[in-house]
Design a protein around this ligand. Structure first.
Ligand code: FAD
Length: 357
């Protein structure tokens, strides 16, 4: 076996899942190769990148937010330091009240639902930027932030190349060979394959028995001279994320029965109307992007080894919370691969019955 072309682990896909898992494995001195087809659309490239500790109209704490968010902040800071770059911003969120009922809910729920640690100042309407339509005021949420996931992905790619751990290619599951426990792809040999291909994994025969529930998302980029504070993210149904100068991102939509990667005029209209309801200033849309969130029916990730395909693993199902969840979950995946530590049954593949081929 050519040592230079032999690896212990091959990770298919360099989105959030594949990049962070590779980071942990390389830090543990393991020989890893990430195989990525950069020409394919990826959720990570278009993600708004928000870490929000509260979910939905019912105002409940997001799944394991008090563990996921601090772990994520720590990891992104660590990677930034090592790569000497910036892609993570611990920006607070201004939660704009929809109506009086919503304002009361926030007041009551912040005590009752254990989200007190995330609650900051309650802003009156007249304290907020003039161009923000927030007649009932807004509530500051702390310990939040956003990842510039596009920059994260491209910086991680450069780092992986420096580690000799990146290979630009498409893993074709039909032509992948496995003989005597050794996989071969592009004359590269390896023992373990971890599928981190986001929504693409759902389309392969190996994982077609799993309940993926893809959710298409679209966002727009706009410019405006609005007097918005640049050190806050603004959220009610959608979110306004200041990027730089007078540029902002706004999104994202959800569509459950469209798995194309095309941008749509329906989403654009929805987003423009949403933005007009929040912003009392003119704006110009300068871009639109679409991606597919690798969501699941039970809203839990999909992690573990294939029930009959030995040494074939899946790290997937990060849904709409990949930015905060991936750092904690990739560490768990690392511990499964290196120490055979069992995956939490709540999101282990073992919760599903494999029907056979
Ligand atoms: C519009 C939008 C907004 C979002 N906003 C947020 C947000 O605010 N906060 C948040 O936490 N999450 C958000 N998400 C979700 C987040 O993007 C995902 O949870 C996360 O990026 C999933 O990462 P992944 O690595 O599993 O998949 P992906 O990022 O899709 O990565 C899969 C990779 O596999 C590669 N690939 C596929 N097939 C092959 C193959 N055969 N061979 C080689 N490579 C292959 C692709 O090129 C891709 O790079 C958003 C998603 C979208 C679409």
């Amino acid at each position: 076996m050519d040592n230079k072309r032999h690896f212990e682990f091959v990770i298919a896909g360099q989105g959030l899942a594949g990049s962070i898992l590779a980071w942990y494995l390389i830090r543990s001195n393991r020989k890893v190769l990430v195989v990525e087809d950069s020409s394919l659309p990826s959720a990570t490239s278009v993600a708004s990148g928000l870490m929000h500790p509260v979910t939905g109209r019912r105002i409940v704490k997001s799944w394991r937010a008090d563990e996921f968010i601090p772990n994520a902040v720590k990891l992104y800071r660590e990677i930034e330091k090592e790569l000497n770059t910036r892609f993570f911003y611990d920006t607070p969120i201004l939660e704009i009240y929809h109506d009086h009922g919503n304002r009361n809910d926030w007041m009551n729920r912040s005590v009752a639902s254990g989200i007190g640690e995330f609650i900051g100042k309650d802003f009156h309407a007249d304290e907020l930027p003039q161009s923000l339509k927030a007649p009932l005021g807004a509530l500051e949420l702390k310990m939040t932030g956003w990842l510039n996931a596009t920059t994260f992905k491209s910086e991680m790619k450069k780092w992986l190349i420096k580690q000799n751990a990146f290979h630009e290619s498409t893993i074709d599951y039909h032509s992948l060979e496995k003989r005597n426990d050794v996989f071969t792809h592009d004359a590269i040999t390896f023992y373990k394959l971890i599928d981190c291909r986001g929504y693409y994994s759902a389309q392969s025969k190996s994982w077609s028995y799993l309940p993926f529930n893809p959710a298409k998302g679209e966002e727009i980029v706009f410019t405006s001279d609005a007097d918005l504070w640049k050190e806050f993210i603004y959220h009610n149904t959608f979110k306004i994320i200041p990027i730089e100068n007078n540029e902002y991102r706004f999104g994202a939509t959800y569509a459950w029965n469209d798995t194309s990667y095309e941008i749509t005029s329906e989403a654009r209209e929805k987003l423009i109307n949403g933005l007009a309801s929040l912003l009392d200033a003119s704006f110009e849309v300068s871009g639109q992007r679409a991606g597919i969130r690798p969501s699941t029916k039970d809203r839990r990730p999909l992690m573990g080894e294939h029930p009959i395909e030995k040494n074939h693993f899946l790290f997937n199902g990060l849904g709409s919370k990949g930015v905060s969840a991936a750092p904690t979950l990739a560490k768990e995946m690392h511990d499964l691969l290196l120490n055979e530590k069992k995956i939490n049954p709540e999101y282990s593949l073992e919760r599903f019955t494999f029907p056979g081929y």
